[in-house]
Write a protein that binds this ligand. Structure first.
Ligand SMILES: N[C@@H](CCC(=O)N[C@@H](CS)C(=O)NCC(=O)O)C(=O)O
Length: 228
């Protein structure tokens, strides 16, 4: 049986979607973020030292497999259970496979870091500090945001927008694990107003994701998720 260690409103929603696409049986162990810090509970560290979600266990082959990192989980599930599923397995060595790997890694490697920086510096701006320090923390945060973080996010989104124009999924007509991996940063950016109407290809793409029957089944299994 596969077990998903699922943190609310998090990247692990992607793994539930993937498991639904693969039509696999799985169970969910739920963890709740601290409402103030947004961090996961300490009990997640008993499953993996970093205590980040998603993590899966898979004991279906007799061996006790534990995998963390959503990209690694997607690759594992794809290799082990992806054959003849609704998700495409690109031919090894093909351009399609290079594109698949590119977007699979792009999500956590290129897109999420500046989104996280934006979140952090916006929090720094609004966090309580002595009144005489406030103008300084605000000015430094604004400088980093406007000089580095926001232009970086914009060029990444422009690139994603042009890559999706005229396409259904990142690999054209075929849904793949790369789409699953790209879903979380794009849908959370829409929910946070970072992606607006000027990015119409991204918006339609995320709407298409939300219409996938397996995506909707994952929502029903996972419970409340703020980005759908
Ligand atoms: N690159 C990792 C990131 C994992 C991660 O940071 N997960 C967040 C949820 S979106 C988390 O567990 N946060 C809670 C915490 O850091 O305590 C992945 O893709 O799995």
């Amino acid at each position: 049986m596969i077990t998903v260690h699922h943190l609310n409103n998090s990247r692990s929603q992607r793994i539930l979607w993937m498991l639904e696409e693969l039509k696999l049986e799985y169970e969910i162990i739920r963890y709740k973020r601290d409402v103030k810090t947004m961090l996961g509970p300490i009990s997640l560290r008993e499953i993996h030292p970093l205590g980040k979600s998603p993590i899966i266990n898979d004991d279906s082959s007799g061996e006790k497999v534990i995998i963390a990192e959503s990209g690694a989980i997607i690759e594992y599930l794809m290799q082990k259970y992806g054959k003849n599923s609704s998700l495409i397995t690109p031919k090894y060595g093909s351009q399609q496979e290079r594109d698949y790997r590119y977007w699979l890694h792009f999500s956590e490697g290129s897109l999420i870091p500046p989104l996280l920086l934006r979140l952090i510096f916006n929090r720094v701006k609004s966090s309580p500090v002595p009144f005489f320090v406030k103008p300084i923390t605000k000015a430094i945060s604004n400088k980093i945001l406007t000089g580095f973080v926001n232009p970086n996010i914009q060029s990444l989104l422009d690139f994603i927008e042009s890559s999706l124009e005229g396409k259904k999924w990142f690999l054209g007509d075929y849904l793949s694990g790369a789409d699953i991996q790209m879903s979380f940063p794009l849908e959370s950016s829409i929910a946070n107003g970072i992606i607006d109407e000027q990015y119409s290809a991204i918006q339609s793409y995320v709407e298409r994701i939300h219409q996938q029957p397996a995506y909707q089944s994952a929502l029903l299994r996972g419970g409340k998720y703020d980005y759908a």
